[in-house]
Design a protein around this ligand. Structure first.
Ligand SMILES: NC(=O)c1ccc[n+]([C@@H]2O[C@H](COP(=O)([O-])OP(=O)(O)OC[C@H]3O[C@@H](n4cnc5c(N)ncnc54)[C@H](OP(=O)(O)O)[C@@H]3O)[C@@H](O)[C@H]2O)c1
Length: 285
């Protein structure tokens, strides 16, 4: 029997594979899947089995899922195609009757978050699948702000349209540990887990943290959504991407990523990575 990690070639998936191995899982029972062959070869170096998995090619799913007991479906990155792709994964999981764990988004079924609809659709498919499943509703990665932190140190400024909205972020490693814990236990079967960092923060706090850690003064410039779109286009983003990024900031301003209830730290048995610790490590201080 095996544990299959889809999207293992990506940043979250690699952490999950590492976390499984760190917990003593026999590498020969782990199947790391993805499309990127170089990344698969690198994963094979850790002793795990690897499989080409393309969500748009059901034959690759059937091949990777032979003997699967549990499958972690890491949501795809091709926004707009994901409901169909995730359906293919769920259908293939049904053919081998494996348990599924799915990475979703905060309050996916009720949220106005612009990324929620595909997660809501996937959770609906899981509900109707007859499979045993767990949903990991991951809040934002703290790593989403790497460019913002770097830019803040370079220019002394953060441009944002998030207002006073807070983000309950945690690191990919925090979420990956939770995924590993859930995969290795039967305690969370059937649960929908809202996962986020212990302490939500806003852009003023991020600026103050970067200033404290780097020694450079950092100011926050709040703009409207339209002004933000224009500024992003000025930085070279195309219209669609600029609208998407500013739309997510508008979601944050509306408080859609602010809630957290400590579930993530309870599952991983330690506090989530504090913002200050992340910024300190990121800046190599
Ligand atoms: N919570 C957040 O803040 C946040 C931020 C960004 C993304 N996300 C979501 O969380 C997921 C994991 O995050 P991440 O940082 O690990 O993203 P990532 O580094 O971009 O990795 C995405 C993974 O998804 C795989 N993938 C994408 N489309 C696929 C397809 N059609 N068939 C098979 N595999 C496919 C990629 O495989 P290959 O590279 O091998 O093609 C890769 O392994 C993302 O895909 C996205 O849904 C969440």
């Amino acid at each position: 029997m095996s544990i299959v990690i889809t999207g293992a070639t990506g940043q979250l998936g690699r952490h999950v594979v590492e976390q499984l191995l760190a917990r003593g899982v026999d590498p020969s029972t782990v199947v790391a899947g993805g499309r990127n062959q170089e990344a698969l070869a690198e994963l094979a170096g850790h002793g795990v089995r690897t499989a080409t998995i393309d969500y748009s090619d059901p034959s690759t799913l059937d091949n990777a899922f032979v003997g699967a007991e549990k499958i972690l479906l890491i949501s795809g990155s091709e926004v707009g195609k994901r409901s169909v792709q995730h359906k293919a994964v769920i259908d293939a999981a049904r053919r081998v009757d494996a348990e599924l764990v799915y990475t979703s988004a905060p309050k996916a079924t009720t949220s106005d978050l612009i990324l929620a609809p595909e997660h809501k659709a996937t959770e609906g498919l899981l509900e109707g699948s007859g499979l045993t499943y767990t949903v990991l509703r991951n809040n934002w990665y703290t790593e989403n702000y790497d460019d913002t932190i770097r830019h803040a140190v370079e220019t002394g400024s953060i441009l944002t349209s998030t207002g006073t909205g807070k983000v309950a972020s945690a690191t990919r490693r925090d979420y990956a540990e939770a995924a590993a814990v859930v995969l290795l236990s039967d305690d969370h079967a059937g649960e929908i887990l809202e996962l986020g960092g212990d302490t939500p923060w806003d852009m003023d706090e991020l600026a103050a943290t970067v200033a404290e850690v780097s020694g450079r003064e950092v100011g926050v410039t709040q703009v409207t959504t339209d002004e933000h779109v224009a500024a992003l286009k000025g930085f070279g983003f195309d219209e669609g991407t600029a609208g998407f990024v500013a739309g997510l900031d508008a979601n944050i301003a509306d408080g859609l990523l602010a809630d957290t209830d400590g579930t993530l730290s309870r599952i991983i048995g330690r506090p989530t990575t504090p913002l200050r610790q992340y910024v300190t490590e990121f800046l190599g201080k």
